[in-house]
Every structure is written in C-alpha cells, then in structure tokens.
Design a protein around this ligand. Sequence first.
Ligand code: GDP
Ligand code: MG
Length: 170
Amino acid sequence: SCGFVAIVGRPNVGKSTLMNRILGQKISITSRRPQTTRHQVMGIKTVGEAQFIYVDTPGIHLQTRDRNKAINRFMNQAASQALRDVDCVVFMVDRTRWTDEDQVVLDKLTHVEAPVILAVNKVDWLEDKTTLLPWLESLSARRDFAAILPLSAKDGINVPELEGEVAKRL
Ligand code: GDP
Ligand code: MG
C-alpha cells in the first residue's frame, strides 16, 4: 500500500526537521528564519510493503508582509492543493504556544477529511513537564484529532510512535 502524508504547521514549528528525521536525511532545509521552504519537499519512505510519501508543506500560514504578497499567494495555493488528496495529515504545533497562525492552519484543515494527527513538537525544550498534560488537553478541544503526540523532531523523541500512528491511517 502507498500513503500520502502531509506535514503542515506555521513556520518554525519544526516540519522540515521532522521530515528529515523520518526520512533519515537532510532532504528539507531547516532554519530559524520562517519561509525557508518555498517549494514543496517530498520524500518517500518504504517500510515493508508500505510506502509513505511525505510532503513538507510550506505556505499554509498567515501572511503579514506586503512585499511578499505574490509569493505568499502562490505558496498558499500550493499548500491547499497538496491537502486535497492526502491520506493523513500531521499538524504540527510547538510545546507552549497557540498562535493566530496555528489557528489559520487549523482552519484550512476544516474540510480535510483525512485523519489529522496533532504533533506537539519541541518537548525537549520543556522546562516544566507538568505543564504538558493540561496543554495537550486544551489542544484536544480544538478539533477531533485522530491522535495527539508530544515529540521532539530534533532529538527523535516519540517520532517512531508518530510514524506508527500515521501507518494506522494508511
Ligand atoms: P519549519 O519552518 O516548520 O520547517 O521548521 P524547521 O524544521 O525549519 O525548524 C525551525 C527551528 O526549530 C530550527 O531552528 C530547528 O532546529 C528547531 N527545531 C525543530 N524541531 C525541534 C525540536 O524538536 N526541538 C527543538 N528544541 N528545536 C527544534
Ligand atoms: Mg520548513
């Protein structure tokens, strides 16, 4: 079987880092600067009989700077296109903050019928671990997520578990 997985989220949450970790190579550029990924980056991972096609989806976020309008529009279109035929969506946020941009991305998933897995990234950075559970609970109210997973794309914490959750949905 073959599955199409889109990784979405506002800039800087760690989408490219996750994709590189899953695919085991530096296929997608990671950076502190937003919008480093201007084009869709795809990677294929074969596990036994199954093939996962991962797409790191840029541009599915709030636009603020006028001088980038044309490119922003283009990136938004590309992102919406990519979400049409996916089998599973990994929606990534970071460990402590919910921003307007997160909401914009989530709103764009409203009509996506594929299961959406919420990946709460950068938990390696969490100073106070006791804040995590209430945070996950507050996030779970925002949509009926197929699964919610705290993880660290950088360190690989819970990344195999995420891949397992994705595999269940293909
Ligand atoms: P993208 O814009 O969503 O593709 O985000 P990137 O993958 O480019 O990552 C943005 C920044 O966050 C980079 O500096 C990454 O090194 C950092 N980052 C990504 N994942 C993690 C993580 O799990 N933990 C920590 N501490 N930093 C991370
Ligand atoms: Mg990126």
